[in-house]
Structure formats: C-alpha cells, structure tokens
Design a protein around this ligand. Sequence first.
Ligand SMILES: Nc1nc2c(ncn2[C@@H]2O[C@H](COP(=O)(O)OP(=O)(O)OP(=O)(O)O)[C@@H](O)[C@H]2O)c(=O)[nH]1
Ligand SMILES: [Mg+2]
Length: 447
Amino acid sequence: MAFEGISEKLQNIFKGLKNKGRLTEADVKAALREVKMALLEADVNFRVVKQFVKAVEERAVGQDVMNSLTPGQMVIKIVNEEMVKLMGGEPVRLPLHSGMNVLMMVGLNGAGKTTMTAKLAGELKKYRRPLLVAADIYRPAAIEQLQINGGKVGVPVFTMGDKHNPVDIVKAAIEHASKNGNDLVIVDTAGRQHIDEALMDELVAIKAAVKIDQTLLVVDAMTGQDAVNAANSFNERIGIDGVILTKLDSDTRGGAALSIRSVTGKPIIYSGIGEKLTDIEQFYPDRMASRILGMGDILSLIEKAEASYTEEQADKLAKKFKKAEFDFNDMLEQFDQMNKMGSIQDIMGMIPGMGNKLKNVEIDEKAMNKPKAIILSMTPAERANPKCINPSRKRRIAKGAGVEVADVNRLLNQFEQSKKMMKQMSGMMSGKGGRRFGGKGGFRFPF
Ligand SMILES: Nc1nc2c(ncn2[C@@H]2O[C@H](COP(=O)(O)OP(=O)(O)OP(=O)(O)O)[C@@H](O)[C@H]2O)c(=O)[nH]1
Ligand SMILES: [Mg+2]
C-alpha cells in the first residue's frame, strides 16, 4: 500500500506529541528532526525536506502554538498544511480552451504514458471528442497497445504504422482531427531514458512543428527521486506544463508525490491509481497529504463511492447506514459496489486509522465469494429480515450455497456485529469532519 512506511513513522511521532500536555521548543524541534528523517527515508528530495522542516518550525515554535491548549495537535495541523502547500495547495484542473486542444504525453520508459493516454481520453470524453495518436514507433506493439486501450474506452486511435516519423504522424493526426470533429488530440509518445538525446530531440521537433497546448509528464510514483530528476530534465529540455503521477496504488514511499511540484514548479494534475482504465483521479493536494500523514482519505473514498452509486441509491443507503437498518439485500448490492470501487485493501487503507492496522493483514478478495453465495441462496424475504432465518432455513441456505450451516451462522453473526459497528461509527461520524459520511456518499462495510 502506498505511503505505508512514512505514514507509520509520522503517526508515531505525532502520537508522542499528542501525549505531552505542554510542549517546549525542544520537544517540537526533536519531533521535527524525526519528521525530517521520515521524509528523507521516503525519498523526498533533500532540499525540499529542508525547506519544509524550516517552514513548519517557524510556525510551530511560535507563542500561539506553544501556549495553546493542544500544542501537539497544532503542530500536526501545521505539518498537514505545509504538506498540502508543498504539493501545490489547491487542486489544478487540466486547462482546456475552446476549440481544438492538443495534449502530448511524455515520460520515461514504463511510466504509464500509454495507459494514461487512454485513461485521460475515457475521463475527458464526457466533455470532448478525443482522438488518440500513436506516435511511439519504436517499441514493438506500442501502437497495438494504444489501439486496444482506445477500444476499451471507446475513443478512436490515429496511426500511420511505424514507418513514418512522429512529427509527420502528429501533423497528419491534427489534420485528421479537424476534419472529423475531434477537439481533443492526445499524443502518446515513445518512452525514453532522459539521457536519450535523440528521443528528446524528437519531442522538441514535435513541439516546434505543431502547437501543443499541454505537454504532460507522466511519472511513476514508485521511482522516487529518479522520477524527480527525470522531471527536471524533461522540463529543462522540452518544457512541461503539468505532471501526472501514476502507480499511486502501489508500494510507493511518497518521495515523488511530495517533491515533484516543488522541484519542477509544475502542478500535478491527475493520478493513476491502478491498471484498469478507470483508475484515474484528479490530484488533490489536501487528500494526498492526509493519506501520507496516515489520516486516511475519506474524501477520495467518498468520491469513489459516489462515482459508483447513483445519488438515489446513495441517499437510501446513507439513511439506512445511520439507523443501522440495512439488510442482506443491501449487502449484496454492496458487494457489487465494492467490486466497482477497487480492492478491499485499497479501500480500507483510505479509512483513517485503518492503514496501520492492516499492515500485515492479507485480505483475501475471494473471501467475498462465500458470503455472497450464502446471501444469494436466501429468499428476498430472508434477506430483508434475517431474524426469520430459523434452523431449517439455515440448512436450506447452506445447501444451496454449498457450505456448512456453521458458515451461515458465522455470516449471520458477523452481520449483526457489523450492524452494531455501523451504529457506533455513524455516531462517531456525525461529529466533525463526518458530515459527508452520512450524506450522499454513505459508505458501509461489506461485512
Ligand atoms: N498499478 C499500476 N500500474 C500501472 C498504472 N499505470 C500504468 N500501469 C502499468 O504500468 C505498465 C507500463 O504502462 P504503459 O502505459 O505501457 O507505460 P508507458 O509509459 O507507455 O511505457 P513505454 O511506452 O514502454 O515507455 C503497464 O503494465 C501498466 O498496466 C497505475 O496507475 N497503477
Ligand atoms: Mg507506451
């Protein structure tokens, strides 16, 4: 899971701070030294770390903080705010003007350009008519890969095979787009090592030949400082307008996410969070900071839930959630939603306080199949009112699902318990910061 190491360290440091009633300047400085180490270990650029710690320290050792009732929490708040600032503060949307826009995706080998090209098209086709352009003529099967991905998101792909040079391909693609009413051209370029001057020259040549509205650098978040150095080279050599961070679902330490904005001065616009073509998110510095700080990412989670629920469904569920009135019919629906939302482990990691607990827990995604089979074996009436499930019904349900009666009992018990837990959680969440939890994004555990 992303940011695990750094989250855990920061949480421990914060715990130490919170446990102290009063803080001295020395306490804060000691804590910040630990924060510094944690950031360096997460592969954050050392200059960025230095500036960051300095900024936090300047604010944290002030009288207001030290004399406040909760100095520990004030320090945490400052760390959080400075982290948000480090990643750009406000989210930046991809600037698209009216008429034809040409985007060019650039980046190192395997960063995720071709995948992101299709993800972006899938995302933007709600508002635009995209055309993808296969300008990677070097890697075998690169063209085919783009065609397949384009097909999956239902967006056309322009190709001239691998016998023309990329400058001509892009020119022809733009002409083709104008004739066919496509107002968004996204160019997938070849992967390169930043030392590869020939390929850099090629990107410069494309930019010289046609008007590129946005040059987007795709960066693999797992590669830490290498990604940051590459970003710098790309920016100096060809000029970039924005950054897209991919593989934020993987075991990344946080270095790239935290440094890249500050080092290049360019905004992070989107993030890639999985291999599926729907695994794309707008980049929100505040949410990313919460994730890195281990505070969970409730907002992203809720947005995911919202994307896969209709409003009506969500409202209905949120009400039941609050009253802990949900039944097995809802649970069945929930299983399907969970599938749409991604892996359970990812989702749990976004819940505050859960990331840590799940550290060594392997969640068996297939484990959902058994309860699902049991629920499917119930009649709708039984699903709506589990209390009516007597021993003979249990036997019938078990037989239908191909499981033991004990499995049915276990599910019924778990269900009762999770209901209790929901009740507690909705109590907890109705306070600060939990508004949206019970609101239209109402989210519940599936078990
Ligand atoms: N887990 C995860 N994998 C990703 C993500 N984005 C891309 N990948 C995977 O990373 C690998 C490389 O992705 P590509 O899109 O082919 O990368 P590329 O930059 O086009 O690579 P080249 O064209 O060879 O330079 C593929 O296996 C993708 O499925 C992501 O956000 N998360
Ligand atoms: Mg590619």
